[in-house]
Design a protein. Structure first.
Length: 579
């Protein structure tokens, strides 16, 4: 059952659906759109090309930290003559063509309350794992390495003890009852913890070789990937979780942030490092405010190799992920360039800065940083009027940009040295799922898109019925091939592995979802079904319409990113399917 139109955007790649961003600094999105409504008429023809004259200026030469980039606003020598386009990521007002909720049909009755809660909260974040934590020493103005305790977590029963008994009582549900031949099993499921009546965030889902870890409101819970038995005792935080690292480190570490209190003055500034496999807590601490108007009310957490970058509204501070030792600060540079967002992974760290705010030369700049030292490897200025909203991939670097005044979008790729490589030229409306940005922008808040060394895979938009996945060449931005969903429901990319694209086909009213593989090379790009989820749980599976998904070792994992807080419903937090 695909997603309803005009819902708060989810995680994914490509131009955002019906959710153009607003300007302004970091903070909760303003004026969230209504949870339902018909898609609006495109203001301009075309989907894939940027507005003339293109978003990129002349790239600057690599230089030391603080060096002002080179000429700005020059026409892009690599871009073809662009056509009118539209779309916009992030927040209201609404324009078709922007990455948002992804393709789908109107919501089922069971989704309505969750949709409204998510729209009001204006946030659906991916990633997160948590244990009962003790905060770091609040007297320090930076998160200093310190051991939280001996690794034994605070009290709190697991969300579900792993035997299907949910919250300690008998659970009458047998989700595998009536399973048809050829259908996968529900390996295990977990009921959601208690949440406020207004709902609560459940950010993040991390899958290791042993453990599936999930954040939910104030808890971090972990389960054996095969049978759902608790892997370690839940970690319960003093206050609600407010930020997580969407990705884990190579050695399965994450960092979680939680609020300093419940008052209007509370900040998202308490952070804790956690080992996903053992639940052991590492260092913890408090994130200091930056300079004037640069507080830690909201932060973003990014992992790149062995570096944790903590982003505020106008700056960032890097720490050693293993020890919590401060490495460097990224602050204002040049005359008026302020770092506003970071994206990390595969040993790369990308920074986006807002320069000349309010002036005639206002523009964004993209920089790649050395994760260990913060040294600038290269700088790429962006033309006035264009905003860097998302990164669809770090290696290769693929970014999504928007132009509010032109109601246009652009997807561009870059070489290792930061030079413009290509832009998407496919005349299509795409539908990745991108979550609400907690701060001004959330560079890594998308799912439903995949990238390999040479190709970008994007789902097309549809309000009903089957959609397509389009393979776009990173060399020239042109379409290589496309494949239609094998069911009368939308299909979204999940990841690439072993020369194949893995995709998730959403459930219908009569059938569960599917996991399919698609060859990325050769002349045939037909889908092969890897897993058919049972029809008996299709309605439950559909309640995760805005959830986080993953495919690992032949198992499919899906979890909620927003809890409704409805005590009368038996809301599921997480499910695992397999053969």
């Amino acid at each position: 059952m695909a997603q309803p139109p005009n819902q708060p955007p989810q995680g994914g790649f490509g131009p955002p659906q019906d959710q153009p961003p607003t300007g302004g600094s970091f903070g909760a999105p303003q004026n969230p759109p209504p949870p339902q409504g018909p898609p609006q008429t495109p203001p301009q023809p075309g989907y894939g090309y940027p507005q003339q004259p293109g978003p990129y200026g002349q790239p600057a030469q690599p230089g030391p930290y603080g060096q002002q980039p080179g000429p700005y606003g020059q026409p892009n020598a690599y871009a073809p003559q662009p056509q009118p386009g539209y779309g916009y990521p992030q927040q209201p007002p609404q324009f078709p063509g922007a990455p948002g909720t992804g393709p789908g049909k109107p919501a089922s009755k069971g989704r309505t309350a969750l949709i409204v809660a998510a729209a009001v909260a204006a946030l659906a974040v991916i990633g997160g794992t948590v244990y009962a934590v003790t905060s770091g020493d609040g007297g320090d103005k930076k998160p200093v390495a310190q051991k939280s305790d001996d690794g034994k977590q605070s009290s709190g029963a697991p969300v579900n003890p792993g035997d299907g008994s949910g919250d300690g009582g008998a659970d009458p549900e047998n989700l595998n009852a009536g399973r048809k031949p050829g259908e996968a099993k529900v390996l295990w499921y977990k009921t959601a913890p208690d949440a406020p009546g207004s709902g609560a965030d459940a950010p993040g889902m991390w899958i290791t070789g042993k453990t599936a870890v999930k954040a939910a409101y104030k808890q971090l819970v972990a389960y054996n990937v095969g049978n759902g038995d608790p892997s370690w005792d839940p970690i319960t935080f003093p206050q609600k979780i407010c930020a997580v690292t969407s990705q884990k480190s190579a050695d399965d570490k994450i960092v979680v942030a939680y609020m300093s209190g419940v008052s209007d003055r509370a900040k998202c500034n308490q952070i804790q490092q956690i080992d996903l496999n053992t639940g052991k807590k590492g260092w913890s601490g408090e994130v200091a405010d930056g300079e004037l108007f640069d507080s830690a009310i909201s932060i973003e957490l990014t992992i790149s190799g062995k570096t944790l970058m903590v982003g505020r509204s106008q700056s960032g501070t890097a720490y050693d992920l293993e020890t919590g030792h401060k490495l460097y600060d990224k602050k204002k540079y040049g005359t008026s360039c302020f770092p506003t967002a970071f994206a990390g992974g595969t040993g790369r760290l990308v920074q986006v800065a807002s320069c000349g705010a309010g002036g005639s030369n206002a523009h964004d700049e993209i920089q790649e940083l050395d994760p260990a030292s913060g040294k600038v490897r290269w700088t790429q200025p962006v033309k006035k009027g264009w905003t860097v909203a998302r990164t669809y991939s770090l290696d290769p670097l693929v970014v999504y940009l928007t132009n509010e005044s032109k109601k246009a979008w652009n997807i561009s790729t870059f070489t290792k040295s930061g030079k413009f490589r290509s832009e998407v030229k496919v005349n299509e409306k795409f539908a990745p799922r991108c979550g609400w940005a907690v701060l001004e922008r959330d560079l890594q808040g998308c799912q439903g898109v995949a990238v390999d060394a040479d190709t970008l895979y994007l789902p097309t938009d549809t309000t009903s019925g089957a959609n397509e996945i389009v393979a776009v060449s990173l060399a020239d931005g042109k379409e290589k091939w496309r494949v239609k969903s094998p069911a009368d429901e939308s299909m979204s990319p999940v990841k690439t592995e072993g020369g194949k694209l893995i995709a998730y086909v959403h459930p219908s009213y009569e059938a569960g979802g599917q996991i399919v593989s698609i060859p990325t090379t050769g002349g045939s790009h037909t889908t092969t079904r890897l897993l058919q989820n049972p029809a008996g749980t299709a309605e439950i599976e559909d309640t995760f319409f805005d959830g986080a998904v993953d495919w690992a070792d032949g198992r499919f994992f899906i979890s909620s990113t927003r809890l409704s807080g409805n005590d009368d419903s038996k809301e599921k937090l997480m499910m695992a399917f397999g053969k």
